[in-house]
Design a protein around this ligand. Sequence first.
Ligand SMILES: NC(=O)c1ccc[n+]([C@@H]2O[C@H](COP(=O)([O-])OP(=O)(O)OC[C@H]3O[C@@H](n4cnc5c(N)ncnc54)[C@H](O)[C@@H]3O)[C@@H](O)[C@H]2O)c1
Length: 435
Amino acid sequence: MKDQLLKKINNRTARVGVVGLGYVGLPLVVEFAKAGFTVVGYDVSQRVVDYLKSGKSHILDVSSEDIAKIVKSGHFVPTTDEAALGTVDAISIAVPTPLVKTRDPDMSYVLAAGDAIARHCHPGMLIVLESTTYPGTTRELMQPRLEGRGLTVGKDVFLAFSPERVDPGNEKYNTKNTPKVVGGITAACTEVAAALYQSCIDTIVPVSTTETAELVKLLENTFRSVNIGLVNEMAIVCDKLGVNVWDVINAAATKPFGYMKFTPGPGIGGHCIPLDPHYLAWKMRSLNYKTRFIDLASEINSAMPDYVVEKVGTALNKQKKAINGSRILVLGVAYKKDIDDMRESPALDVIRLLEERGAEVTYHDPFVAVLREGGHERKSEALTDAALKAADAVVIVTDHSGVDYQRVVDCASVVVDSRNATARTRSGRAHIVSL
Ligand SMILES: NC(=O)c1ccc[n+]([C@@H]2O[C@H](COP(=O)([O-])OP(=O)(O)OC[C@H]3O[C@@H](n4cnc5c(N)ncnc54)[C@H](O)[C@@H]3O)[C@@H](O)[C@H]2O)c1
């Protein structure tokens, strides 16, 4: 089985399936198709599939031109028909792994995908889970589903975990040139999975087990969460000491070894850093171990929107104004600059907290035309001189590159800058409060 599958992968006659066509799945489809495979893209969303079938991309990092080309050439077949999974030789799973309200893992998407694959799996198939998850998921949830069909993993079918490292908006590192970690249930599983990814990704990093591969991703994102928590705390420390935190960080970053630059901000967002460490914390709780670094970083990071709002209150107070009744323009709502991803964006908390205190909030974001939250829909305001002048305070939550920050400080009366976006502006009319 292994040799047959390797041969099909190597001569590109293997049909590849990608389950979940979002931020992770779609770039992967493009790479597999470019490598010469025919790719079946399975998604439960009819809307996503119809959009892709019409040759358009719903993911910023993937061009519609690329999608149109591979759909037209027949290298990409988007479908909502799970039976199509029975026609493929290798499957990558990239479905969401969110948290439930209690911050425990929501495995429902992975389980649904696992069940769909189990219904259509056949001997000689490779299945790779890419969704970020707790260590043990591939062995405990995926393997029994395949073996329940009478297939032995490592002999009849091959099962591995390979974390996705996509960084939306990153112009230097993409799916192809970011090294990919692969760990299989058996050595044969690792070998086949590595062969598949080798066809379209420059560097493959094989590891010994699926648990190792699962933990690699959690270490990477916990590392980010903890270090962001550290600099966020440093911002609070510097504020109390009357020292500019950005000067401290930029000077520290001149050390050529032993230091890595992280920057403070209004909180963390996206589908990874605010969520992934909780997968590990949850798993460890089940083993009676408390992950203190994860918990502490989460506590500090999730309090940052309150901290920003406190700064807005203090800045308005200096103008003899209250948050209550003030017009506040939130500048940037995506979770990080130059992308349109709103998932877990701290801007949502900042807006909610300001409105709870009675502010009239509007926003501008060149990437997010409409903001839907809690059944409420609002539209991005044009960033005109008049809009800036009319606001009692402008709060920079996301530092999109295309915004003219000089104009912001020239027109606004108060600017609360949580990203150091105004660092290079000349002094203008605005009273600027930095984090
Ligand atoms: N977005 C990122 O930057 C990023 C980076 C690294 C890892 N990840 C991880 O990758 C995984 C996927 O994240 P994403 O950002 O691509 O999510 P996404 O929400 O952009 O896309 C997921 C897609 O899966 C589809 N889907 C849901 N259930 C399905 C099912 N049972 N069968 C088929 N399709 C189904 C959804 O309709 C959606 O189109 C998550 O585990 C995430 O943590 C994300």
